[in-house]
Design a protein around this ligand. Structure first.
Ligand code: SME
Length: 159
């Protein structure tokens, strides 16, 4: 893998377009799931510097905290609870522009203001979620959803 990530300064779509091939290269030669999830969080953090980026892994009837970048976070989330548990239950991307408007949002940190959660699927079942939190309102939109789905597709290739 490359030793260093090249950070792109253009518009958001351009930043994703520069980052995603690098993420593909980072995970290409490594088959350890935790190592790859850790580096994906780090790459997203380096490029976008969001407040919190992490994976929750489905274990039994809960999501359990996996590799992440950011402050300490809730370790277990029940199915259907919060944004993460809802994305798991609904098997859909959930974009929250203002977490205070999301019924049942789990506030791991009061600094989290907006959020996007994407389910990671294997054979029709959600096995993990990618959760990204911002400390400003309205941080995520359809451009993020579009490109983060590509990141999720990379994860679905090795998880
Ligand atoms: N806010 C999330 C919980 C996870 S943390 O933000 C890291 C939720 O409501 O699912």
């Amino acid at each position: 893998m490359a030793e260093e990530l090249t950070i792109h300064q253009g518009d958001k779509a351009g930043q994703y377009q520069a980052l995603i091939p690098q993420i593909e290269a980072i995970v290409a030669d490594e088959n350890d799931v935790i190592a790859n999830l850790g580096n994906i969080c780090a790459a997203l953090k380096q490029q976008f510097n969001w407040f919190w980026i992490g994976f929750y892994l489905v274990k039994g009837n809960e999501l359990v905290l996996g590799p992440f970048q950011g402050p300490i976070a809730c370790t277990r989330i029940a199915k259907g609870r919060g944004v993460c548990g809802s994305a798991w239950q609904q098997q859909q991307v959930i974009l929250v522009l203002d977490v205070d408007q999301f019924e049942g949002h789990i506030a791991c940190s009061s600094d989290s203001k907006s959020e996007i959660v994407l389910p990671i699927m294997q054979q029709g079942e959600c096995v993990a979620v990618l959760d990204i939190d911002s400390d400003t309102l309205n941080s995520f939109d359809e451009i993020d959803a579009h490109y983060l789905k590509q990141v999720v597709a990379i994860v679905e290739g090795f998880i």
